[in-house]
Structure formats: C-alpha cells, structure tokens
Design a protein around this ligand. Structure first.
Ligand code: HEM
Length: 170
C-alpha cells in the first residue's frame, strides 16, 4: 500500500466508527422514542414527539448510516478485507439495515395513521439491533478464520465480467 493510503486508514476508521456509534445508538434510542407515540396522549404532545422522532431519523440516523457504509466501503479496498469473516460481517450488517428500514417504516406509520397505529414494543427492534451489532463486533474484532464455510467458487474468484461499454485502456 502506498504511504499516503496508510495514513488515510486511521482517518477512515475514525469516520467509520464515529458514524456507526451515532447510527447504532440511534437505532437503540428510536424504538424507545417511537413507543411514546401513544394515541392516548394529547395531539399537541403527539405532534412534538413525532417531530422529534422524524428529525432524529432523517437528520441523525440515516446520514450517519450512509457515512458509515461509505467509509466502510473505502476500508474494504484499503485494508483488503476479502476474507470469510468479512462476508459474515456483511450478513449481520444486512440485518442491521433491515432493522433500520423496519424502524423507518414504523415512523411513517405513526405519522400517517397516528390514531390507529400502536408502535411495536421497544424490546423487539432493540433486540434485532443488538443481535446484529454484537454479531458484527464479534466478527470484526475477532476476525475468525471461518474455514468451515464453503463459499461457491464464483464468490472467491474474478469472473472476468465485462462492462457493457468500452473502457479506454491507457
Ligand atoms: C456496509 C457496512 C460496512 C462495511 C462495508 C464495513 C467495512 C469495514 C472494513 C473494511 C473495516 C476494516 C477492517 C480491518 O481493518 O481489518 C471495518 C472496520 C470496523 N468496522 Fe465496519 N463496515 C460496515 C459496517 C459496520 C458496522 C455496522 C459496525 C458495527 C456495528 C462496524 C464495526 C467496525 C469496527 C468496530 C471496525 C474496526 C475494527 C478494527 O480496526 O479492528 N462496521 N469495517
């Protein structure tokens, strides 16, 4: 790796970890906030709570998720992490993204049908987030060999695919 790239790795890791702290922290806070959307509370309070959850999701969680994924994607190539533990990590990241989408879906429901929707009990989405985060951290920090997993050959070698247009060669 060229020297300037080595210098950038800690920077990208800091951005990655800072963004995912906000993202994962937010994913744990959101179900607790959503549970406050009780149709029984006065309309004024309901509106205030709804605004807070909406802003937390759109200005906090989603941008930090995007930043974490972009920085993580750069790190793949900087750190050359083409190993089974990393693919297993991506599986848990997918679960975390599914939890993110689920929480966003509940947010839309409580906004659109405020008096008909009861948000899920917070322990359900929080458990989904915690299982994903613990799985990711165990894999990324332990980097286990996972030799026993049989990957299909197309997963492990270039397939010599071609882009559907001519790429200029230097
Ligand atoms: C699409 C999403 C993600 C991608 C592409 C990605 C990719 C990466 C890569 C390539 C590294 C560098 C690994 C190394 O230096 O050996 C890394 C580090 C790390 N990632 Fe992610 N990551 C993603 C999401 C997450 C999430 C959601 C978490 C936690 C909940 C997480 C936690 C970490 C931690 C703690 C490190 C530092 C590990 C170390 O330096 O040993 N990542 N990530």
């Amino acid at each position: 790796m060229t020297d300037w790239l080595v210098v950038l790795v800690p920077l990208f890791k800091s951005v990655h970890i800072t963004a995912l702290c906000v993202w994962c922290g937010g994913l744990i806070a959101m179900p607790l906030m959503l549970a406050k959307h009780d149709p029984a509370v006065p309309q004024e309070d309901y509106d205030r709570i709804r605004k807070a959850t909406h802003l937390t999701y759109t200005l906090g969680l989603t941008p930090s998720a995007v930043i974490a994924v972009i920085a993580g994607t750069w790190l793949i190539f900087m750190r050359d992490t083409f190993a089974p533990w990393f693919y297993a990590k991506l599986f848990f990241v997918m679960l975390l993204l599914a939890a993110h989408v689920w929480i966003g879906h509940v947010l839309v429901l409580v906004a659109e049908a405020s008096h008909k929707v009861q948000p899920p009990k917070p322990y359900l989405p929080i458990s989904a987030v915690l299982v994903s985060v613990i799985g990711i951290l165990a894999l990324v920090l332990g980097k286990p060999e996972l030799d026993w997993i049989q990957f299909p050959s197309w997963f492990l070698e270039p397939m010599d695919g071609r882009l559907p247009f001519e790429v200029p060669r230097l």
